[in-house]
Unconditional design. Structure first.
Length: 263
């Protein structure tokens, strides 16, 4: 009985938050990026590769195959999109609802702090890629939700821990605002085993960025094992001369694995 009541409360809470976000979006109609270009803008800012498949204990491999299909659908909605000055990039405004009726399959999702099956699962990897691109640009991140849990130990990690983005349709979005003078473009494609994400622009940027972590470590507490770090961004001018170092955010996430597994 308790589980049924809790499920009902969660359903109504999600429905309310989605309705509220839809209303907020309607009031901002016209401010979101929508135009797409089939050819590349001339200046390459960054290219990022993410592996599609991982071996995870207790996780059905079919969920990774389904994730690939989900990514194919979402990538087709974003690839080539332009972000002109004054506009905002919204992942969910472009992708739309990841429903079974639109072809999405069950993939890996997070429910109550545990890996689970859910329609549209795996799209967080797309959000991770786009967020990493934005961190290396002059774009302003206006909405991003972090992962409160660290589910699995590292497996050939390519970027610092804690630089991902959590998304839930439609009220947990990933959004970037272009407050500069350049047009930006996101290009996405899938290879046999990778998601490839690129950020391009119509002119050379005034600044260059390098993102790294500091103060990384594990902390054992009475509540469990936690992982922490600090994400910093080194900013240089177009010639490479260092300008400043920015503190982006701190991470402190509960691990769903042991310290031995992390070694």
């Amino acid at each position: 009985m308790r589980s049924s009541l809790e499920a009902a409360r969660n359903w109504f809470a999600f429905a309310w938050r989605r309705r509220l976000r839809a209303l907020q979006n309607a009031l901002r109609r016209g401010s979101f990026a929508a135009e797409r270009l089939d050819r590349d803008l001339p200046v390459a800012i960054l290219e990022h590769h993410l592996p599609l498949y991982r071996r995870l204990a207790g996780v059905d491999p079919i969920l990774f195959e389904n994730k690939r299909r989900n990514l194919e659908l979402a990538v087709a909605r974003i690839d080539g999109v332009l972000l002109p000055p004054g506009k905002t990039f919204s992942l969910w405004k472009l992708v739309g609802p990841p429903s079974a009726a639109r072809g999405y399959l069950e993939g890996l999702v997070l429910q109550r702090g545990r890996p689970a099956r859910g329609v549209g699962g795996g799209l967080c990897q797309l959000a991770n890629a786009l967020f990493w691109l934005a961190l290396h640009s002059e774009l302003k991140v206006v909405e991003r939700h972090h992962h409160s849990l660290d589910l699995f130990p590292d497996d050939h990690r390519r970027v610092p821990f804690g630089t991902g983005a959590s998304i839930v349709y439609n009220f947990k979005d990933l959004r970037f605002a272009n407050e500069g003078a350049r047009r930006y473009q996101f290009r996405l494609r899938l290879t046999e085993d990778e998601l490839v994400a690129r950020l391009l622009a119509d002119a050379e940027p005034e600044s260059r960025f390098r993102v790294r972590e500091a103060e990384h470590g594990f902390v054992q507490t009475p509540e469990g094992l936690y992982r922490r770090n600090l994400i910093v961004r080194e900013v240089a001018d177009a010639s490479g001369r260092p300008l400043r170092t920015e503190t982006m955010f701190r991470n402190f996430s509960k691990c769903q694995y042991s310290l031995q597994e992390a070694s």
